[in-house]
Design a protein around this ligand. Structure first.
Ligand code: VG1
Ligand code: CO
Length: 566
C-alpha cells in the first residue's frame, strides 16, 4: 500500500495498456497466508501485514470466490479514510473488474462510513460491499487496517460466510486482476475500468436522506434555533463530513458544532474510539462551566456513538434502553417496536423496557453480524451493544450518527428536559443497571487465556456459593442458537450470574491486533430510586473486586489496573 494521499504510481507500460482497448484480466499465482480468518468484525491486521505483496488480493479474491456473484453484479466500496484506504480501493476495483463484477459504487475519495455503506447497498440493491476499516483501532503506517464484506441485506457477512472465506484463504493459489491506471475516485460520476463501471457517488447524500425520513428534523431544527447547543467530536474520522452536512447545515446547529471534522489517515494520531478515555477532550468540554447541552462522538468508521449531557455520561446499555422507551417520539419508529436485541455483555436495561412494552427481547453474541437475521426476519427493530453501538432496522450496521439524531429527536420532543433528567427518569421507572467494563489491552496471549481458564475452571463448583456477599445463581460459557436460521455459535464469553440480578462476564476481544485483549463486564441492578445516584465505579467497586479475584486477574496479568475503564 502507498501513502493514501499519493495517487498509485502508473508505470508507462501500464498507462499504455489502458490507453489501448480494454485491459486484459491477468491471473496471478499466489500462496496462502495462514492468518486471514476474520474476527468479530472483518479481517484486521497491522498495516505492515496488509502491505505484504498479495495479502489484500488473496483475501479479496477468496471473498469473491465464496460470494460467487452472478455476472454483472453491483457492489459498493468505501472506507474510513485511514492510511492505505486509497490504494486498497484501487486494488479491489482491479480485482472486481477482472472477476466480472458489473458495477462498483464507490464513495468519493474512497470514503464511506460503515452505516452509509450499508445504506447504499440496500438503497441501490447491490449484491454486497467491501468496507475498508479497522474501526476504532488506530490508523497510520504503524496502525491497523481492515477489510469487511457485507451481503445484499447491507449487513456483515454471517459466520458461515466468513468461515468459508477463511477456509478459502488457506488453499488459494491464484487471483485475477487487471493492469490498468488508477480510477479517478475523486470525481463524481461514471468511470470505466475494463468492463467494469465505476460509479463515484457523494458518500453523504443517500445516508442524509434516510436520516431525514426517520427523524423529526423540523423539531430538532427548532430546538437548535431556540439556543440548544451541542458539540460533536468526529475524532478526525469518517463521520466529519456526515455530521457537518446533517448537524450544521440541515439542522442549523451552527458552525463549529462539529470538531475534529476532517478525516485524517492517522486520525490525528489518536484512537478514534468514542469512550471516556479516548474522547477525553469532549468529556472535558461537557464538564466546563459554559458546556453545551449535548455532546456526542463517533468512531473511525462511524458506527459507534458516545452520548453525553452536561456533566453526564449515558452508558451505551442505558442509551439503548432509553431509545427503546422513547422510540415512538421519532417518526420512523412511531408505529412502535417489533422487539429489541442486545449483545450478551450489554446490560439487561433494554430487556426491562421490552418487558414493559410487551415485546420480545433477544440476547446475542458480541458483534453486529448476529443481529442481521433478527432484523431481516422483522423480529426486532432496535438493537445495541455495550461497546457504544446502537442501531435499528434502517440499515444492517450499527450507526453512530443515527443514535445521535435519535437522542436529538427525543430531546426535541421532551422540551426542557436535559440528558441527565431523561436518564434519571428512566432509572426511576425501570430501575438502574449500574455498568462498567475493564479492558486489559495487549496482554500476552497466555496470560489472557489463563484468566479465562481460571474462571472456567470454577464453573462446576460456583453455583450456590457466595462471593462478596452475593449468591452465584449460574455460571456458563455463552452459546447462542439463532432463532431464525438455527445456526449455533459457541464460546462467546463466560457468564457468572448472581441471585440479585448482577453479573460479571469475561471475554477475549476479536478485534485487537496486538497480543490479546481481555474484557471484563460488570453489571449490578438497583430498583430503588433513592440509591440510583451513585457513581457507577463506586457502586460496582466490590463486584469488580469479585471479578478480579475470580479470574486471578492481577496475578496472571501482572497489571494493577486495566488499560481502559468505561
Ligand atoms: C468489539 C466490541 C463489539 C463490536 C466490535 C466491532 O469487539 O466489543 O461489541 O461489535 O468491537 O465494533 P471485540 O471482539 O474486540 O470485543 V467496530 O465499531 O470496531 O467495528
Ligand atoms: Co466502528
Amino acid at each position: 500500500m502507498a501513502v493514501p494521499t499519493t495517487p498509485a504510481p502508473v508505470t508507462p507500460a501500464k498507462a499504455a495498456a489502458t490507453s489501448s482497448t480494454t485491459p486484459t484480466p491477468r491471473v496471478v499465482a499466489t500462496t496462502p497466508f495462514p492468518d486471514q480468518k476474520p474476527g468479530t468484525s472483518g479481517l484486521r491486521k497491522r498495516v505492515p501485514v496488509f502491505q505484504q505483496p498479495h495479502y489484500l488480493e488473496n483475501f479479496v479474491q477468496a471473498t469473491l470466490d465464496v460470494a460467487a456473484l452472478p455476472a454483472d453484479t453491483t457492489l459498493v466500496l468505501g472506507g474510513d479514510g485511514r492510511y492505505g484506504n486509497r490504494e486498497a480501493v484501487q486494488t479491489i476495483l482491479r480485482l472486481a473488474a477482472a472477476n466480472g463484477v458489473g458495477r462498483v459504487i464507490v464513495g468519493r475519495g474512497g470514503i464511506l462510513s460503515t452505516p452509509a455503506t450499508s445504506c447504499v447497498i440496500r438503497e441501490r440493491g447491490a449484491a454486497g460491499g467491501f468496507i475498508l476499516s479497522a474501526s476504532h483501532n488506530p490508523g497510520g503506517p504503524d496502525g491497523d487496517f481492515g477489510v469487511k464484506y457485507n451481503l445484499a441485506n447491507g449487513g456483515p457477512a454471517p459466520e458461515s460466510f466468513t468461515d468459508a472465506v477463511a477456509a478459502r484463504t488457506r488453499v488459494i493459489t491464484e487471483y485475477r486482476t487487471l493492469d490498468a491506471a488508477a480510477v479517478d475516485v475523486d470525481t463524481l460520476g461514471e468511470h470505466a475500468l475494463g468492463g467494469l463501471a465505476v460509479e463515484v457517488v457523494d458518500p453523504v447524500a443517500d445516508y442524509a436522506a434516510l436520516m431525514e425520513r426517520l427523524f423529526d428534523f423540523g423539531a430538532i431544527r427548532a430546538m437548535f434555533a431556540g439556543g440548544f447547543r451541542m458539540r460533536f467530536d468526529a475524532m478526525h474520522a469518517v463521520t466529519g463530513p456526515y455530521a457537518a452536512e446533517i448537524l450544521e447545515r440541515r439542522l442549523g446547529a451552527g458552525a463549529g458544532t462539529v470538531v475534529n471534522g476532517t478525516p485524517l489517515p492517522d486520525f490525528g494520531g489518536g484512537h478514534p474510539d468514542p469512550n471516556l478515555t479516548y474522547a477525553h477532550d469532549l468529556v472535558e468540554a461537557l464538564a466546563a462551566d459554559d458546556a453545551p447541552d449535548f455532546g456526542a462522538a463517533s468512531d473511525g468508521d462511524g458506527d459507534r456513538n458516545m452520548i453525553l449531557g452536561r456533566r453526564w455520561f449515558v452508558s451505551p446499555s442505558d442509551s439503548l434502553a432509553v431509545l427503546a422507551a422513547n422510540a415512538t417520539l421519532a417518526p420512523g419508529y412511531a408505529r412502535g417496536l417489533a422487539g429489541v436485541a442486545r449483545s450478551m455483555p450489554t446490560s439487561q436495561a433494554a430487556d426491562v423496557v421490552a418487558e414493559a412494552l410487551g415485546i420480545p427481547h433477544y440476547e446475542t453474541p458480541t458483534g453486529w453480524k448476529f443481529f442481521g437475521s433478527l432484523l431481516d426476519a422483522g423480529r426486532i427493530t432496535l438493537c445495541g451493544e455495550e461497546s457504544f453501538g446502537t442501531g435499528s432496522d434502517h440499515v444492517r450496521e450499527k450507526d453512530g450518527l443515527w443514535a445521535v439524531l435519535f437522542w436529538l429527536n427525543v430531546l426535541a420532543r421532551r422540551p426542557g428536559e436535559s440528558v441527565e433528567r431523561i436518564t434519571r427518569a428512566h432509572w426511576a421507572r425501570f430501575g438502574r443497571h449500574y455498568y462498567t467494563r475493564r479492558d486489559y489491552e495487549a496482554l500476552p496471549v497466555d496470560a489472557a487465556r489463563g484468566v479465562m481458564d481460571a474462571v472456567r475452571g470454577r464453573f462446576a463448583t460456583l453455583p450456590g456459593t457466595t462471593l462478596g456477599g452475593r449468591t452465584v445463581a449460574s455460571a456458563d460459557d455463552f452459546a447462542y442458537a439463532d432463532p431464525v436460521d438455527g445456526s449455533v455459535t459457541e464460546h462467546q464469553g463466560l457468564r457468572v450470574r448472581f441471585a440479585d440480578g448482577s453479573r460479571v462476564v469475561f471475554r477475549l476481544s476479536g478485534t485487537g491486533t496486538e497480543g490479546a485483549t481481555l474484557r471484563i463486564y460488570v453489571e449490578g441492578f438497583e430498583p430503588d430510586p433513592a440509591r440510583q445516584g451513585e457513581d457507577a465505579q463506586v457502586a460496582l467497586g466490590p463486584l469488580v473486586e469479585v471479578a478480579l479475584a475470580l479470574g486471578q486477574v492481577r496475578e496472571r496479568t501482572g497489571r494493577e489496573e486495566s488499560t481502559v475503564i468505561t
